[in-house]
Structure formats: structure tokens, C-alpha cells
Design a protein around this ligand. Structure first.
Ligand SMILES: Nc1nc2c(ncn2[C@@H]2O[C@H](COP(=O)(O)OP(=O)(O)OP(=O)(O)O)[C@@H](O)[C@H]2O)c(=O)[nH]1
Ligand SMILES: [Mg+2]
Length: 414
């Protein structure tokens, strides 16, 4: 061994030592997170939410330009990922929910396909299906093949789909006969009444919905007309929204003759539940004396489950249920949900989705703003849009809340 090779070995050893030392310092730096943070007292729920396209620099940081470069690369990666695959973002605890009979299989399949194609194939949120009878194997197999998230099939407890003990069945039957004579829509149907009562007071209590904070209700034979390129659930949560809707209109008064009087009695007995920034002026034109019948069409809802889980709503539902109007009249879940949202929420927690496009026979929501339609690749005819027609309550929603209407709305009022 000569002196030259000895010197090379020493230089190599010194270089290796420097590298090992640097590696040690860097690894300490990137894993150090403060003396009080031990696995036992780290609270994962307290982690700050990171908006799409933004990332935190690695904890402890990497010194110098290399660190800045590394953080910059991470940002670029995240931005690119968010463009290519938005589902990489942080998800909300949310699910779709569909109440359905086995016979609804094919009409529900079309609705699911529409929602998956326009939105959920990018996010893979779960889907809960609820039925008062066991779902058939055929239903479960065919439906599971369509959903990109987990499919969960729940059976409704029998006591939630039947008459409560305080209901006089004879009186209820006589009402149905009367309503049939008067040709009131679904006036003679028992199952429709159970459905409305269930959607009002029970779906959100089903154990299959326990893990979730938000839901999107989807019914058979409905369509989504536009691409939805953002996570609507996350958007609801980040913007403190609790109830999202697409179509609004007045309810048939024959189905709810005493609903408002019952609600007024509830408000008088429980004034603490009425929000100080409520939206009474959307549901009443005379300061609460009478109901103007405006309601959100609840076959489409993107909403917070906590709204229904709240003490205010539980007590309200119980009060309505005891009054018997789900059976002695034909109270729908749409006016019940709408009145509750208008009274118990702050008005700015209620959101009109004017960018998704929606259809449930016989009404269409089709964005009238051409730029929105082109950007979101909507396939609907704005002339059929119901939002700005005289019979709709959507104009009133914008008026009472001082929300600007979309460009060109006045061309679609007739
Ligand atoms: N499991 C079950 N689901 C039902 C029953 N009746 C209605 N549904 C579901 O409840 C929701 C509302 O029922 P629909 O029949 O669509 O009522 P609607 O939207 O007022 O009326 P349509 O104009 O007929 O659509 C849908 O998701 C139905 O699949 C029933 O008896 N059992
Ligand atoms: Mg329907």
C-alpha cells in the first residue's frame, strides 16, 4: 500500500464521516416535533386542514435552498396531483343515501350512474341504501357494481315504518279515503306516508349513517346534468353550510293544512331553538303568521346530518309526530325539512347549488349562465330550467338573502 492510496482512504473516511453526521442531523431535524408531543398526547383531530394544492413544509424543516427546493417540489406535485386526481385531497365523512324498494333497482341504477359519472368516480364516497324490506341479492349485486365507494345495505327497523301507538288508524283510513276522492297526489297511500315520516324523522338515526357527517340524498329516476369538479361535501364543511338544494317550490296546501299552526305552537313553547339569523322571511310573507308554502324539493339534498341530530330538530320532529299530521294529513319530508332548516339554521348555512344541474320529474334545474354550462359540460336545456319561473321559490331565496342571481336569469322566467 503506498502513501497516495493511504491518503485516498483517509479522505474517503473523512467524507463518509461528514455524510453520516449530516444524515444524522437531518433525520433528527425532520422527526423532532417538540418536547411535549408524545404519541400519547398527539391529537390527530387537531391537525390543521390543508387546502387543496397546498402542503405543509416537512416538520422541523430542511435547512437552506435544498429545503426550499424540496418544499417547492412537494407543492408542485400536490398541485399536479390535485389536477389529475382530486380524490387525493382530504375527504369528509360523507355518504350518499338512497331509500329504495327492490323494485326501484333499475330506476335507481340510472341515478347512481349519473352521480358517479359526474362526480363520485373522482371521490369514491360511500353509498348507503335503506329499505323497509330486506334488499334482494339481485339488487345488492347490481347496485354494488355501480358505486365507486363502499355500498352499505341497511334494513329499516319495523317500528320506524309503521303506525306509532298514538295514531288512530280508523281516523287515518278515513282521511285517505277523503283525499282519494279529492284526487290529492299520494293522498290514499299508506306507504308514501311511512316514507315521508321516515325521511323526516329516522333515516339519519340509522346505524349505517352513524359514521358520517354529511349526506347526499339520491332518488330513482333522477339526473345530474353537469360535471362537478370539486368535492361538494368538503365545500359544504369548509364553508359552514348545513343544507344544500337545487329546486324549490310551494307545497300543496291540502297535504299540510295544520303543519304551520303546529310549527307555530312548537316555536312558542321552544323559542330557544329558533336561530336569531333564521330565514323566516323565505317561508312566511307576514312575519310568521302564515306559511307561504315555499319548500326545498328534498329528493335532492346535500346536507349535514348534525342538522337532524340536533336537539332542536329531534324535539321538532317529536312534536310533529305526536300531532299526527304524517297520517291524519299527508305531511311531506320536504316541507318539514325546509321549515326546520329555515328556522333552526343561520340563513347563510343554506346553499343553492346552481352549478350541478338536476332533474326529477317534472322539474329541471339547468344553470342559465352559459359560461357555467360550458365549463361544467352540462347537458340540459336552460329554457326548461325551473329556478326563475314565477312558480319557483328560488327567486325569493335570492331576494331575501340579498344573493345576486346568475347572469341572464331574466331571460328564463317564462
Ligand atoms: N323502501 C321503500 N322505499 C320507498 C317506498 N316508497 C318510496 N320509497 C323511496 O322513497 C323515495 C321517495 O319516493 P318517490 O316515490 O320517489 O316519491 P316522490 O319523489 O314524492 O314521487 P315521484 O314523483 O313518484 O318520484 C324514493 O327514494 C323511493 O325509492 C317504500 O314503500 N319502501
Ligand atoms: Mg321521487
Amino acid at each position: 500500500m503506498n502513501r497516495g492510496s493511504n491518503a485516498r482512504i483517509i479522505r474517503f473516511a473523512v467524507f463518509a464521516l461528514v455524510l453520516i453526521t449530516c444524515g444524522f442531523i437531518l433525520s433528527k431535524g425532520s422527526s423532532y416535533s417538540g418536547s411535549s408531543l408524545t404519541p400519547a398526547n398527539v391529537n390527530p383531530g387537531a391537525a390543521k386542514e390543508v387546502p387543496l394544492g397546498e402542503v405543509n413544509a416537512p416538520a422541523g424543516g430542511v435547512a437552506g435552498n435544498a429545503g426550499a427546493q424540496a418544499a417547492g417540489d412537494l407543492v408542485n406535485q400536490a398541485v399536479q396531483q390535485s389536477k389529475v386526481a382530486p380524490n387525493k385531497g382530504e375527504k369528509v365523512k360523507a355518504t350518499f343515501v338512497s331509500l329504495a324498494r327492490n323494485s326501484d333497482l333499475h330506476s335507481l341504477a340510472g341515478s347512481i350512474r349519473s352521480v358517479e359519472d359526474r362526480f363520485n368516480h373522482q371521490y369514491n364516497y360511500d353509498w348507503v341504501f335503506l329499505n323497509d324490506k330486506e334488499f334482494s341479492e339481485e339488487f345488492k349485486t347490481e347496485i354494488s357494481a355501480l358505486v365507486s365507494g363502499k355500498a352499505i345495505f341497511g334494513l329499516i327497523p319495523a317500528e320506524q315504518w309503521g303506525y306509532p301507538e298514538w295514531i288512530d288508524k280508523e281516523k287515518a283510513a278515513l282521511v285517505r279515503e277523503e283525499m282519494k276522492e279529492k284526487k290529492i297526489i299520494y293522498g290514499d297511500s299508506v306507504s308514501y306516508r311511512h316514507m315521508c315520516r321516515y325521511e323526516s324523522g329516522f333515516f339519519w338515526r340509522h346505524e349505517a349513517l352513524e359514521p358520517y357527517e354529511f349526506y347526499w340524498r339520491v332518488e330513482p329516476d333522477t339526473k345530474i346534468y353537469c360535471n362537478i369538479d370539486y368535492d361538494v361535501f368538503k365545500w359544504m364543511k369548509d364553508n359552514n353550510k348545513a343544507y344544500g338544494w337545487t329546486i324549490s317550490l310551494p307545497e300543496y296546501i291540502e297535504t299540510i293544512p295544520t303543519l304551520w299552526d303546529t310549527t307555530k305552537k312548537f316555536m312558542a313553547e321552544n323559542p330557544q331553538f329558533v336561530h336569531k339569523n333564521n330565514m323566516m322571511d323565505w317561508i312566511s310573507d307576514d312575519g310568521g303568521e302564515t306559511y307561504n308554502k315555499c319548500h326545498f324539493w328534498s329528493n335532492f339534498e346535500i346536507a349535514s346530518l348534525d342538522l337532524w341530530r340536533s336537539e332542536a330538530y329531534r324535539k321538532y320532529f317529536e312534536y310533529l309526530d305526536k300531532a299526527g299530521g304524517f297520517f291524519y294529513e299527508r305531511w311531506g319530508d320536504a316541507p318539514v325539512h325546509s321549515i326546520a332548516a329555515a328556522l333552526f339554521l343561520s340563513r347563510d348555512q343554506i346553499h343553492f347549488f346552481n352549478d350541478v344541474g338536476y332533474y326529477h320529474v317534472p322539474f329541471h334545474n339547468c344553470p342559465v349562465n352559459k359560461e357555467t354550462r360550458l365549463k361544467n359540460k352540462c347537458v340540459c336545456n336552460p329554457n326548461e330550467d325551473f329556478s326563475w319561473k314565477a312558480y319557483s321559490c328560488t327567486g325569493k331565496f335570492h331576494k331575501v338573502n340579498n344573493i345576486p342571481r346568475p347572469k341572464g336569469w331574466e331571460d328564463y322566467t317564462g
